[in-house]
Design a protein around this ligand. Structure first.
Ligand code: NAD
Length: 541
């Protein structure tokens, strides 16, 4: 095993590419956008230097930021971010746009969202490739992220014709109670680096359909995805002679904080860490704004005694290592029945070994494990492994930083830790999984639920009783409670989000659209006489 681990770094040399991207990596000084192999960036309308604020026209007077390829460390292009003053102006313009947009019939708004979806279909290949390049996720995941935006557009088109209120029976004769859903106003979307396209898509498609305007601030380290995506949307708005109902202000913490504090932003949909989300939640609440919080996870995969182990191993592999451990739904803990524990760990390590030749640049054809996003992720990875070792954990696989340009780490399996060890209870955004040994499903559920976060969870079991216990009141306390599938990789049709420190928000499908609306309860008296509810008499002759 040790010799095998020592050889890991040597094994991950560059290989054949989907495109000719590899050859250009040798010239380390120039921006990737200037190289012919990266012409897909120009197809998206990107340039060497890009304005990062859109409010009907493009500008950017804040600090310029360079976007880097996490797979090589090379600069891709730069974005001129917005400053606080530009953000405030953009909010004003987005509020004005809302006042026009809310008058447009919902199915007509749906038609605009349909056009956005169609435009995304046209640009799926280059935009997905940019997502891969800028985040570090592999080619198919970059494509999949854009597909998610396309899917939610399709969903929103249907929604535009069917979302509705209701008619409620009144206790008073010839009275009717109506319930109507009206737009909130301006929806501010602050997104995280790991889903720089889909999170905006989930929010924008539903917010637009329900009659809101949108102001987006993407993560500072993925500004090119924000700019390229907004260009695609802005083109649809321009062709339809619409005001800027989608706006963008790229920026750092100052821009984010100003957006969160501004009363004109009726709903803040925030995706990011629990730490930042807690501050955002408090700030928005201070001004009685609405907030959707989509925060960190610490997701467990439970392997019951009756589990289909082959399937569970495949789920663990994608769950723990997909996106190099940087999904909010990544499997961070595997809780295995004590009878299966040792054989499961052995088999999992065997699977991990098979992935070694598949570690590489995110745009290489055969890569399944790309880099992590930044040096900070690498440092957090190292820190977590050191802490795990100091707490008595054993590195069953991986554990080291891979020495090559870019930010690569070995996918890592750690055993032997206590279920409540500090490092086990923390979300480390890297491909590290802690395997824990439990006596039975009851204990596994207890451990699943004892962490602060409550995003995703999954059980592998062939026992129907255990399956129903898992989804019942005494089961998993998470927002996502899967059976015989992965903790990660949700579809757009369900409501997505989690409980406790994950923030309680729900986005995407089901009835998540209601969060983008204000509810009006309307009592209509068509009796010709005034009558109070509950039989109260209050009148004078
Ligand atoms: P982060 O919290 O560092 O940043 C998220 C966004 O918040 C960025 O755009 C950032 O610029 C902005 N921001 C930072 N400080 C702010 C402040 N004080 N006020 C307003 N905005 C501020 O998160 P990250 O490192 O980009 O992303 C990783 C985290 O996001 C992980 O914890 C992950 O689990 C979580 N995440 C959750 C979901 C979900 O749906 N639950 C999805 C993706 C990522």
């Amino acid at each position: 095993m040790m010799a095998h681990l020592r050889n890991l770094s040597r094994l991950v040399t560059p290989r054949r590419l989907i495109t000719q991207v590899a050859s250009s990596r040798s010239s380390s000084t120039s921006f990737l956008i200037d190289q012919p192999e990266y012409s897909f960036l120009k197809e998206l309308g990107l340039e060497r230097d890009n304005p990062g604020v859109y409010s009907g026209h493009w500008q950017g007077r804040g600090p310029s930021i360079t976007s880097y390829d996490p797979g090589t460390g090379q600069p891709i292009a730069t974005v001129r971010q917005g400053n606080v003053q530009e953000l405030e102006q953009t909010i004003g313009l987005a509020v004005d746009a809302y006042k026009q947009w809310r008058q447009v019939p919902a199915p007509v708004r749906g038609e605009i969202v349909r056009q956005i979806g169609d435009e995304l279909r046209k640009y799926k290949e280059p935009l997905g490739k940019l997502v891969s390049l800028e985040v570090g996720k592999i080619y198919s995941e970059g494509q999949g992220e854009v597909q998610e935006f396309i899917d939610i557009c399709d969903y929103a088109v249907g929604l535009s014709r069917i979302y509705a209120g209701q008619l409620i029976n009144s206790e008073r004769a010839e009275h009717s109670i109506l319930e109507a859903w009206r737009p909130l106003g301006l929806v501010g979307v602050i997104s995280a680096y790991n889903f720089p396209n889909a999170v905006f898509g989930w929010n924008a498609a539903i917010a637009l359909t329900t009659g809101n305007s949108v102001l987006w601030k993407g993560a500072p380290s993925t500004p090119l995805v924000s700019v390229a995506t907004t260009k695609i949307v802005a083109d649809v708005l321009r062709r339809n002679n619409l005001p800027p109902v989608v706006t963008l202000c790229q920026g750092g913490t100052d821009v984010g904080q100003t957006l969160v504090a501004d009363k004109r932003v009726n709903l803040v949909s925030f995706t990011g860490s629990c730490q930042t989300g807690r501050d955002v939640g408090v700030e928005v609440q201070k001004r009685f704004g609405k907030v959707i919080l989509e925060l960190g996870g610490n997701n467990a995969l439970i392997i019951d005694e009756s589990a289909n182990v082959k399937m569970a191993l495949d789920a663990a592999l994608f769950g723990c290592i997909g996106t190099s451990g940087q999904r909010c739904t990544t499997t961070r803990r595997i809780i295995v029945h004590e009878k299966l524990h040792d054989q499961f760990v052995k088999a999992l390590v065997g699977k991990y070994k098979q992935l070694i030749p598949k570690i590489g640049h995110q745009l290489e054809a055969q890569t399944l494990v790309g880099p992590v996003h930044t040096q900070q992720n690498v440092e957090n990875y190292t820190k977590a492994i050191e802490e795990a070792k100091s707490l008595g954990g054993t590195v069953a696989f991986g554990g080291k930083v891979i020495q090559r340009p870019g930010h690569y780490v070995e996918p890592t399996v750690i055993t032997g830790l206590s279920h409540d060890a500090s490092v086990v209870h923390r979300e480390t955004f890297a491909p590290i999984v802690y395997v824990l040994k439990a006596k039975n499903v009851e204990q596994a559920i207890e451990w699943n639920n004892e962490v602060e976060q409550g995003l995703s969870s999954a059980i592998f079991t062939e026992n129907i009783g255990q399956a129903f216990k898992w989804i019942g009141a005494s089961g998993s306390d998470c927002g996502i409670v899967n059976i015989n599938t992965t903790t990660n990789g949700a579809e757009i049709g369900g409501a997505f989000g989690g409980e406790k420190a994950t923030g309680g928000g729900r986005e995407s499908g089901s009835d998540a659209w209601k969060q983008y609306c204000k509810r009006a309860t309307i009592t209509v008296n068509h009796s010709g006489e005034l009558a109070c509810a509950q039989g109260v008499v209050f009148n004078v002759e």
